[in-house]
Design a protein around this ligand. Structure first.
Ligand code: NCD
Ligand code: ZN
Length: 347
C-alpha cells in the first residue's frame, strides 16, 4: 500500500527571493509548495523603509506564476538609522510581519547591519510595544572568534543581554546550527522566543563541506557544525516543541558566484525541501511531527492561522529533481541531500 502524508500547506519562515531575473526564477520553486514565506530584506540596497517594502512586495507579486496561492510576508532590514515611526506604521498597516537584525558584516549583503545596539534600542522598544517580532541572524562578527563558535558566542554576548534589555520583544533566532542554540531557545519559558531550522542543517554537518574535496554548494552561513549539532537540530525539529519551525534559508547564488575563489554563502533548497524533510522525519520515525514543524508552529508563533489548503506527499521510487534551475543570470544548483528522496509532493 502506498504511504501518503497530508499536511496543512507549509510556510517558509526564512527565505531569500532576491530580485529581478533571480526572483522570477526562484519564486515559482517556493510558491509551488508553500503558502507564505518570510522574505529576507538583504537586497542590494537593502529593504529598509516601508516604501522599500511596498515596492519589493509589488515586484514579488508581479513575478508570481498565474494562479499561484502564495503570500510574501515582508520584513524590514534593521539599520542604526531605522525610523521607529516608519516601522510602526508599516507594522500597523499589515505591510510587514517582522524586522531582520543582521550584525554588520555577518553574512551576504549585511554591510548596513547593526554595529552599536544602543542605536537601535528605540526601535526595539517600539517593536516590543506593538508585538512585532525580531528575526535575528545569530552570529558575532568579531574576527577573533572562530567561525564555528560564532553562534554560541552570539547567544552569550549579544542575544541574552538583548533579551534582558527588552524582555517583551519577541525574537526568532534564525537558522540555528548548534546544540547551544537548541538549548538556549528550549530554556526560554515565556513563549517569547522561537527558532527556525533549515532543511540543509538537518542533513549536513561540516564534513559534507570539507571532506573528499571542498563542496562549495554546502557552504552557507551560519556554517554547518559537527554531526552532534546536526543531531541536536533534528531532535529539536522532531520533538514537537512549538518553538522550532521551518525556515529553509533557501539562498540562491549562481554557480559562477558559488564556484569562485571567494564563493558566496548560501544553499538553494526551495524546490526539494518538502521531499528532504519528509525523508529526515521518516528516518527518525517522526513523520507525525512534520506538520507541526513545517505548517503549524510558525503560524502559531506569528499569531497567524495555519493555511487551509493541504499538501500531500506519497512514498515510492526515488523522485528526481533537476540538479540546477536555470536563470537569466546563470544556473543555480539545487541542494543535494546526498541520499535518495522517496517522498514526492503529489498535490
Ligand atoms: C544568505 C544569503 O545568501 O543571502 N546566505 C546564507 O548563507 N544563508 C544570507 C543569510 O541568511 O545569512
Ligand atoms: Zn538567510
Amino acid at each position: 500500500m502506498t504511504r501518503t502524508l497530508t499536511l496543512r500547506r507549509p510556510d517558509d519562515w526564512h527565505l531569500h527571493l532576491r530580485d529581478g531575473a533571480m526572483l522570477r526564477a526562484v519564486l515559482p520553486e517556493t510558491s509551488r509548495h508553500f503558502g507564505r514565506a518570510i522574505v529576507m530584506p538583504n537586497l542590494v540596497p537593502p529593504v529598509v523603509t516601508a516604501a522599500d517594502a511596498v515596492a519589493y512586495r509589488d515586484r514579488i507579486l508581479a513575478a508570481l506564476p498565474e494562479g499561484a496561492e502564495f503570500t510574501p510576508l515582508m520584513t524590514l532590514y534593521l539599520t542604526e538609522t531605522t525610523d521607529p515611526a516608519d516601522l510602526r506604521a508599516a507594522a500597523q498597516s499589515g505591510l510587514i510581519t517582522a524586522v531582520k537584525l543582521y550584525p554588520a558584516g555577518a553574512t551576504t549583503n549585511s554591510a548596513s547591519g547593526v554595529r552599536d545596539f544602543d542605536k537601535v534600542m528605540a526601535v526595539l522598544e517600539t517593536m516590543a510595544e506593538i508585538d512585532l517580532p525580531l528575526c535575528v541572524h545569530g552570529e558575532v562578527t568579531d574576527p577573533a572568534i572562530d567561525i564555528f563558535d560564532r553562534e554560541a558566542v552570539f547567544i552569550d554576548t549579544v542575544l541574552d543581554p538583548l533579551r534582558r534589555r527588552v524582555p517583551d520583544l519577541r525574537v526568532v533566532m534564525e537558522h540555528i546550527t548548534t546544540s547551544d542554540g537548541v538549548d538556549y531557545v528550549s530554556a526560554q519559558p515565556d513563549g517569547k522566543m522561537g527558532a527556525t531550522i533549515t532543511t540543509h542543517h538537518l542533513i549536513i554537518d561540516r564534513n559534507h563541506i570539507l571532506v573528499g574535496g571542498i563542496k562549495p554548494h554546502y557552504y552557507c552561513l551560519p556554517v554547518a557544525k559537527r554531526a552532534r549539532h546536526r543531531d541536536a537540530l533534528v531532535a529539536a525539529a522532531i520533538s514537537g516543541d512549538a518553538r522550532f519551525f521551518l525556515g529553509t534559508d533557501s539562498a540562491p547564488h549562481t554557480d559562477p558566484n558559488k564556484l569562485s575563489v571567494c564563493g558566496c554563502a548560501g544553499v538553494f533548497s526551495a524546490s526539494n525541501t518538502m521531499s528532504c524533510l519528509a525523508e529526515v522525519f521518516d528516518r527518525a520515525g517522526a513523520l507525525d511531527k512534520l506538520e507541526g514543524f513545517s505548517s503549524l508552529n510558525g503560524p502559531a508563533f506569528y499569531g497567524l492561522a495555519p493555511n487551509t489548503a493541504t499538501l500531500t506527499l506519497t512514498h515510492g521510487d526515488p523522485v528526481s529533481y533537476p540538479a540546477h534551475i536555470q536563470t537569466e543570470d546563470g544556473p543555480v544548483t539545487l541542494f543535494d541531500p546526498g541520499f535518495p528522496l522517496h517522498w514526492r509532493v503529489a498535490s
